[in-house]
Write a protein that binds this ligand. Structure first.
Ligand SMILES: Nc1ncnc2c1ncn2[C@@H]1O[C@H](COP(=O)(O)OP(=O)(O)OP(=O)(O)O)[C@@H](O)[C@H]1O
Ligand SMILES: [Mg+2]
Length: 359
């Protein structure tokens, strides 16, 4: 174990203020890979990054860079000797130094010049070497900070919400550019974010974190399409939840029968479905569509609200059978009026069924 990963974190735990902020956390990042540590505010992402960087000491667990232990019981390599690059949200450049000198700051004198030129070229700032930070836009400053972090060719790069200071339109471009530079350099990247969209855009792997622990780990596609639980599904988008009880590995609902393989009789379950996977039958408003195997039975609801969202419309329907409100998205050419009666069906291949945990 260990050798094939650039960064390996084993069972890290950190207690602060009488609480376990990070608990038994393990992850690996290979060369040229971006792993996103994704989770809500306060779940322990920055604390994890600080321990890996060596600016904070874990209470338990180990950190390995290229198979060599840099942190563990009786072992502590100082941050500057870990071969780890850092980039944080406030990536403060030195205001009194030029762009070139900012980038070359951590390099030995002789080595600096060629490397600085190469990196400025790569981040698209070749013509700005002699400028000072205040002469640059936010996005340009961010790219200087990236070049500076990459200059000493770190084996591992830790990034903590590095794009959150940028405005939205700029952010997408900078993210993509940053990603391609990191890939070219072959650095192993651990990127912290609380934005699912950012994680899906950047990551080869997402480690979904909650209350100090990683609850799911996998490619963005897998995490989005096979969430471990209701909360994991809800972290990525709005969701609708139906309740049911299992009998003979089946659950009956107003939308017909759902399969519940392996779930014991009498178990309460939640069926989770994203708004884009509820199908509204717009054409046959009065009669409702026929039941099908893939979409189950239609259920009737009345439009409470419909909002135009640009690419789509978000429709909230109060369901006849239980009065609950469900949300569905439909193409934005449609904007049904409140009071309109519509029929809904649920795509069976797009819903998730989870046992309700009673703690
Ligand atoms: N030195 C400390 N003493 C006590 N509690 C701390 C300390 N540092 C952090 N915490 C707590 O640990 C929890 C996790 O903090 P952390 O900064 O790791 O969260 P985060 O996931 O990075 O959140 P955000 O997305 O808001 O940056 C928070 O509840 C925070 O208040
Ligand atoms: Mg943080």
């Amino acid at each position: 174990m260990g050798e094939s990963y650039r960064l390996e974190v084993q069972n890290l735990t950190r207690r602060l203020g009488g609480r376990e902020i990070v608990r038994d956390l393990s992850l690996q990042v290979a060369a040229g890979q971006v792993t996103c540590l994704l989770g809500p505010s306060g779940c322990g992402k920055s604390t994890t990054l600080r321990m890996i960087a060596g600016v904070d000491r874990p209470d338990a667990g180990r950190v390995l860079v290229e198979g060599a232990e840099v942190s563990g019981p009786g072992m502590f390599v100082p941050p500057e000797a870990r071969n780890i690059g850092l980039m944080f949200q406030d990536f403060a450049l030195f205001p009194h130094l030029t762009v070139a000198r900012n980038v070359g700051f951590g390099l030995p004198r002789g080595a600096a010049r060629g490397r600085v030129e190469e990196l400025l070229e790569r981040v698209g700032l070749a013509g700005h070497a002699g400028k000072y930070p205040h002469e640059l836009s936010g996005g340009e400053q961010q790219r200087v900070a990236l070049a500076r972090a990459l200059a000493p060719k770190p084996r591992v790069m830790l990034m903590d919400e590095p794009f959150s200071g940028l405005d939205m339109r700029l952010r997408d471009d900078i993210r993509d550019q940053t990603l391609s530079v990191l890939k070219e350099e072959g650095t192993a990247v651990l990127l912290v974010t609380h934005e699912p969209d950012e994680a899906m855009r950047m990551a080869d792997e997402i480690a979904l974190m909650r209350e100090g622990e990683i609850v799911q780990h996998g490619a963005p596609y897998t995490i989005y399409n096979n969430p471990v639980d209701r909360k994991a599904a809800a972290f990525f988008s709005d969701i609708n939840v139906l309740r049911g009880k299992v009998e003979g590995a089946l659950t009956e609902t107003a939308f017909g029968t759902f399969l519940a393989p392996g779930v014991p009789d009498g178990q309460e379950v939640e069926i989770v479905i994203r708004p884009q996977h509820l199908t509204i039958d717009l054409d046959r408003a009065g009669r409702g569509p026929n039941p099908t195997e893939s979409h189950g039975m239609p259920a009737r609801g009345v439009v409470e609200r419909a909002r135009f969202m640009g690419r789509e419309s978000l429709v909230e329907l109060k369901m006849d059978h239980d009065g609950a409100v469900l949300r569905a998205t439909i193409p934005s050419v449609f904007l049904p009026k409140p009071g309109t009666v519509l029929w809904l069906t649920i795509r069976r291949d797009r819903c998730f069924l989870f046992p309700v945990r009673t703690k």
